[in-house]
Design a protein around this ligand. Structure first.
Ligand code: ATP
Length: 242
């Protein structure tokens, strides 16, 4: 059975349909991407999957994760199960230090593990992101956009995710930093992290992903092995600018 299994997902904002009958799955160790243009329903899908709902959102269908049904579950409980969301726009705490931001991500560890375990988790993040180590005592608000994105990912890793959900990590980054961001995702994937990635940068997303789903107006229009979708005529035309 897949780690994440979404079936017949329907999401409405008030009376407006945003996602219609979407089914997808993510297996352990996979990187899966959802591509689609503006307004296709990518962020809405991630919000529904992680229960980060807005007040006017209505969710139907089923989201099963690691043996649990998530529809109707609080975002807090979903996170405790190990489904960790790096939201669009990063949302680091600007007036806390880099290290304090990381420790805030360790809530899944707090109850059962010691300060030593948390320190070890911080050290692992610093190994992955040396710039965060260099800036550990600085306020997060002083970091560049690319560094804040690394911090947001590092904070998510502190929760030891079973599934890391990333919403447009490349958003607002300069081209060089976009390339670095995708290299980071590649490294996380090689280290065995299971990732569900939403991106408008479809070409780069398909390069790092094992499988992909293409959404248009809230509906699934294509799914398959990422490399094959990259060569698909319709996908090229609609999402790859070719
Ligand atoms: P983008 O890349 O622009 O974020 P997306 O694929 O993530 O696009 P969503 O943000 O999920 O798309 O939006 C899907 C649909 O839901 C769109 O028609 C959008 O206008 C609508 N929508 C999104 N957020 C809300 C909201 N808070 N209230 C009402 N409608 C919304």
């Amino acid at each position: 059975m897949s780690l994440l299994e979404v079936s017949g997902l329907e999401v409405r904002y008030g009376a407006a349909d945003a996602v219609r009958g979407l089914s997808l799955h993510v297996d352990e160790g996979e990187v899966v991407t959802i591509i689609g243009s503006n307004g296709a329903g990518k962020t809405t899908t991630l919000r529904a999957v992680t229960s980060m709902l807005l007040p006017n959102m209505h969710v139907g269908g089923s989201v099963r994760f690691d043996g649990h049904e998530l529809v109707g579950m609080s975002a807090h409980r979903v996170a405790r199960l190990g489904l960790i969301h790096v939201p669009e726009g990063r949302h680091v705490f600007p007036s806390a230090t880099v290290e304090e931001n990381l420790l805030l991500g360790a809530y899944r560890l707090k109850r059962r593990q010691s300060a030593d375990a948390r320190a070890a988790a911080v050290a692992r993040v610093y190994e992955q992101f040396p710039v965060l180590h260099e800036r550990s005592g600085q306020f997060a608000g002083f970091l560049s956009g690319g560094e804040q994105q690394q911090l947001a990912i590092g904070r998510a890793l502190m929760a030891e995710p079973k599934l890391l959900v990333m919403d447009e990590p490349s958003l607002g980054l300069a081209p060089r930093l976009v390339a670095e961001m995708f290299a980071t995702i590649q490294r996380l994937a090689e280290a065995g992290t299971t990732i569900l990635l939403v991106e408008q940068m479809a070409r780069q997303a398909l390069r790092v992903a094992d499988r992909a789903y293409a959404l248009s107006s809230g509906r699934l229009v294509r799914e398959g092995v990422a490399g094959e979708l990259m060569d698909d005529k319709e996908v090229k035309k609609a999402y790859l600018g070719a």
